[in-house]
Design a binder for this molecule. Structure first.
Ligand SMILES: NC(=O)c1ccc[n+]([C@@H]2O[C@H](COP(=O)([O-])OP(=O)(O)OC[C@H]3O[C@@H](n4cnc5c(N)ncnc54)[C@H](O)[C@@H]3O)[C@@H](O)[C@H]2O)c1
Length: 421
């Protein structure tokens, strides 16, 4: 009989959601770790058989096959490395690494380990993105020349409960997130559909220069940038233009892939619908020049897929991780795919800070490229050892919220227990 995969969860918030998808995909959740007791307690009824831990050092001792890593965005790599060294499979939330040096160390650890490393990037598994990949793979678009990706996720800054949930202390990573770093939801779908790998990057920020109002809406977020417009030249000669995580109006995840003979895009504001169009003189058999349709899943698990978040992407990403463990094969988004995207996010930010200067994206398969970056630990985030950020997180170097905004943040957003710290 096939062995049931036993998973641990590190970071009970997002990790708990992925744990739910893991149960649907027939894995067991045997251990959960979070330093926040309330977050652990919230998951007790969902995972009644799991052992609860507040410290990673004890959690890693638990007998388990793999771990879903969903701790803070900028702190995944050191934990992934420790798990890989112990032979425990890793499904890491994005981003894989927040410094270039961590990217090098992570690739080295994954190459040494017998365990599988996969990035938990769920957006390529959304219905319209799978359809775009299916059409690209079918070849009717011809050679792919260009693609766009936008993860545009504005938030209402006046929504206090959102702030309490997402930005809950001043040094939280979301308050220091440069517009280029959360790049995987924009970039992975077009990399996955086209197979192209970014090799050079340049970026400009898109900045809201309205005067700072002394309101809670902008408090604590150390950036007036609303987007970075990023471009890459890729290994196959194609070009991508994408935004990482932007926040102009209005919400949409949108992608467009253009080939020599035609193009496919999902339509902003129209659910899962896609528009597939061909040159009038190059229409393939069985298609029209203009095809507007709602794609299907083409998957035996369509009912289970629909039960999980992010358009079913949560189920499919966890299922891919579990299947790659049981089949002993490379997962869809391996350590090279993951660290390439992280390098794009990190170096696009350097480009923003440097007036749009292009940067080469390293290939971490190459020892020369690894040596070039192995000591670069610059970061726009607070380090886990308490050090302050070493580079600005936005295009205006000395930007910061006013004292009044920070007072409001402490007063309104922070929970009582945190104010005492
Ligand atoms: N792919 C997606 O669609 C998606 C959606 C939401 C979040 N995420 C990712 O998931 C990750 C977590 O985000 P989140 O929304 O849960 O918010 P978060 O980053 O605020 O939560 C992280 C959790 O990890 C715990 N944690 C952090 N450091 C710890 C430590 N040293 N020991 C024990 N516990 C620790 C925290 O207490 C907290 O509960 C981020 O990387 C985020 O980008 C991805």
């Amino acid at each position: 009989m096939k062995k049931t995969i036993r998973l641990g969860i590190y970071g009970a918030r997002r990790g708990g959601d992925l744990g739910r998808a893991a149960l649907l995909a027939n894995a067991d959740v045997v251990a959960i770790c979070d330093s926040a007791m309330d977050k652990l307690e919230e998951r007790k009824t969902q995972f009644p058989d799991a052992t609860l831990y507040t410290e990673f050092d004890k959690f890693i001792e638990h007998d388990m096959d793999g771990v879903i890593l969903a701790n803070f965005f900028h702190e995944h790599a050191p934990y992934a490395i420790r798990l890989l060294e112990r032979g425990i499979h890793v499904l890491s939330e994005c981003t894989s690494n927040s410094t270039m040096a961590e990217g090098v160390a992570l690739v080295r650890a994954a190459e040494k380990s017998k365990a599988i490393y996969m990035l938990s990037e769920n957006y390529p598994y959304m219905k319209f993105n799978l359809e775009m990949k299916r059409i690209c793979d079918g070849g009717t678009l011809g050679k792919i020349l260009y693609a766009e990706g936008e993860y545009n996720h504005p938030g209402n800054g006046k929504n206090i409960s959102n702030k309490k949930y997402l930005n809950y202390f001043p040094e939280h990573w979301r308050n220091f997130l440069p517009r280029t770093y959360y790049v995987t939801h924009s970039l992975a779908p077009i990399m996955s559909a086209t197979g192209a790998i970014p090799r050079r990057v340049t970026a400009f920020s898109c900045t809201n220069d309205e005067p700072i109002d002394n309101s809670i809406a902008t408090a604590s977020h150390i950036s007036p940038d609303v987007a970075a417009i990023i471009m890459t030249k890729n290994d196959d000669g194609s070009v991508f233009k994408f935004t990482a995580h932007s926040s102009f109006g209005a919400h949409a995840n949108s992608y467009r892939i253009a080939g020599k003979r035609g193009q496919i895009e999902n339509l902003r504001g129209m659910g899962d619908k896609v528009m597939l169009r061909y040159n009038s003189w190059q229409i393939p058999e069985g298609r029209e020049e203009i095809n507007l349709y709602e794609p299907s899943w083409h998957d035996e698990d369509s009912e289970l897929i629909e039960k999980t978040g992010h358009g079913g992407g949560d189920y499919l990403v966890v299922r891919e991780f579990i299947r790659s463990i049981t089949d002993g094969r490379k997962p869809d988004f391996d350590v090279y795919f993951a660290t390439t995207m992280a390098s794009v996010g990190i170096l696009a930010h350097r480009s923003v800070l440097d007036g749009g200067k292009p940067y080469d994206i390293p290939d971490f398969r190459s020892e020369d490229d690894r040596r070039k970056w192995e000591n670069d630990d610059l970061s726009p985030f607070w380090y886990s050892d308490g050090r302050a950020p070493t580079i600005p997180c936005c295009s205006i170097n000395d930007y910061k919220p006013s004292d009044e905004q920070m007072r409001l943040f402490r007063e309104i957003v922070m929970e009582e227990k945190e104010k005492i710290k």
